[in-house]
Design a protein around this ligand. Structure first.
Ligand code: ZN
Length: 147
């Protein structure tokens, strides 16, 4: 969401990679492709989304974190297998339970997509990266969940 902003590329991603020693924050895997994921806390009653931090994801964990997006970009059958396998591995659950997790997340996301969200950034993050105070208004992208 923060796109190609200079602070994102030069500082935040580098800091997050250093913090995890160039490994995935979720599964611990060291991968060629590592993504800097922005973490948000959602206050659904007030429709306020708060940027609370950053973490490093390997490609598989990032796909499992954003299944709708991953399935819309990458080859469907292969991506679905990767997402379910990663959810099962990380959560120690069955394929059926992983599908239930995705369905529940999709339901929450659908509800959130119907609101006009106000953005804010955790004060500690603004102190660390002052450029984040100027984040544009956030509109969650539409997602599709077909698993
Ligand atoms: Zn991972």
């Amino acid at each position: 969401m923060l796109g190609q902003r200079a602070v994102w590329k030069k500082q935040i991603r580098a800091d997050a990679l250093a913090k995890t020693n160039n490994c995935c924050s979720i599964c611990g895997q060291s991968a060629k492709r590592l993504v800097c994921h922005d973490k948000w806390k959602y206050d659904d009653k007030r429709a306020v989304a708060t940027l609370i931090g950053f973490e490093i994801h390997c490609g598989d964990c990032d796909a499992a974190t954003h299944p709708g997006l991953a399935l819309s970009i990458y080859p469907r059958e292969k991506t679905e297998k990767i997402i379910l396998a990663q959810l099962c591995k990380v959560n120690g659950c069955t394929k059926r339970e992983a599908k239930e997790l995705i369905a529940k997340a999709a339901q929450i996301w659908d509800g959130r997509n119907k609101k006009d969200w106000k953005l804010q950034v955790e004060p500690a993050l603004v102190r660390q990266y002052p450029e984040l105070a100027a984040l544009p208004k956030f509109t969650p992208p539409p997602m599709t969940f077909v698993i």
